[in-house]
Design a protein around this ligand. Structure first.
Ligand SMILES: [Zn+2]
Length: 288
């Protein structure tokens, strides 16, 4: 399923949806009960349903500059054994949707993972003749150095659920020599740079896009759902350092609010992007 397309100056951003769903996100944000969500009127109808269930998505964002094509976050991927039943052994049309949007796998110059969780690295690799091979063979894969070093230790640890994810989706591209480890403030090209947003994971980054006087920010997972614009103190259950994650949300909201910066949420349901506005003591996402 192809999704929205946004234009930021000379940069085109295309959303390639792997999964979009209603419900199931309370596991990620336990404080976001149906009763509390019903109090946040602007979440309806896009980001919650009438029963107070959250809507969310897993999608990749292809960022195309005049001379480079970057895929930001690679979802869950096909054929992968995963703990979450809805993510286990997927067989989606993701690659044909990507091609339909104009991006053959060998046209991608960079793969960028905001962090190395299961739903951000999956299509780094694909199953071919029983082996995990790089899906984007001509790309340089950009992984945060701090993030990679943090999780690399899990690669041989059978007690850690991250082990399998590293083994099937990260180490094959590293072993193929396709990885560039980058700093959290890395500049990829004149239009695209990384912004350090730690807390969800130790090396988590967001992605800044600036071109011809226009700006956007791809959040990554420093928040998972727009309700956290109202409640930055609502932790996401996978946040590795909750106080740091809360501080990052507060700092980023203050930077983004009432600015001409399109905020593109990595797990936001359709329409996925909007402008952050101050709203009393909190914030709301304006998608009008
Ligand atoms: Zn995620």
């Amino acid at each position: 399923m192809t999704g929205e397309v946004w234009q930021i100056g000379e940069v085109k951003i295309s959303r390639i949806v792997e999964i979009e769903a209603t419900g199931g996100m309370t596991r990620i944000i336990p404080d976001a009960t149906r009763e509390k969500l019903r109090e946040i009127e602007w979440l309806y109808p896009h980001f919650a349903d009438g029963n107070g269930r959250m809507r969310g998505a897993i999608h990749a964002l292809v960022v195309e500059t005049p001379d480079r094509k970057i895929i930001v976050d690679t979802c869950i991927g096909n054929d992968k054994a995963r703990d979450v039943p809805a993510w286990h052994m997927l067989h989606t049309q993701f690659l044909s949707d990507l091609a339909d949007a104009g991006y053959a796998t060998d046209s991608i110059d960079n793969v960028l993972c905001t962090h190395l969780h299961v739903d951000h690295v999956g299509w780094n690799t694909m199953l071919k003749d029983g082996q995990w091979v790089p899906t984007f063979p001509k790309a340089r894969y950009l992984l945060g150095a701090a993030e990679f070093e943090h999780w690399r230790g899990a690669a041989g640890d059978e007690r850690d659920g991250q082990r399998q994810i590293m083994n099937d989706s990260v180490m094959p591209v590293f072993d193929a020599g396709l990885v560039d480890l980058v700093q959290s403030d890395h500049t990829i090209c004149s239009e695209i740079s990384l912004v350090s947003t730690p807390g969800h994971t130790p090396g988590h980054v967001s992605v800044k896009i600036a071109s011809a006087g226009e700006q956007a920010l791809i959040t990554g997972d420093f928040l998972h759902h727009p309700c956290q614009f109202v409640h930055p103190e609502w932790s996401s259950s996978p946040d590795s350092d909750r106080p740091q994650a809360i501080a990052t949300r507060r700092e980023m909201y203050a930077r983004l609010a009432d600015q001409p910066i399109l905020v593109i949420g990595t797990h936001f349901a359709t329409p996925t992007a909007g402008y952050l506005k101050k709203d009393g003591d909190a914030y709301r996402l304006d998608v009008s």
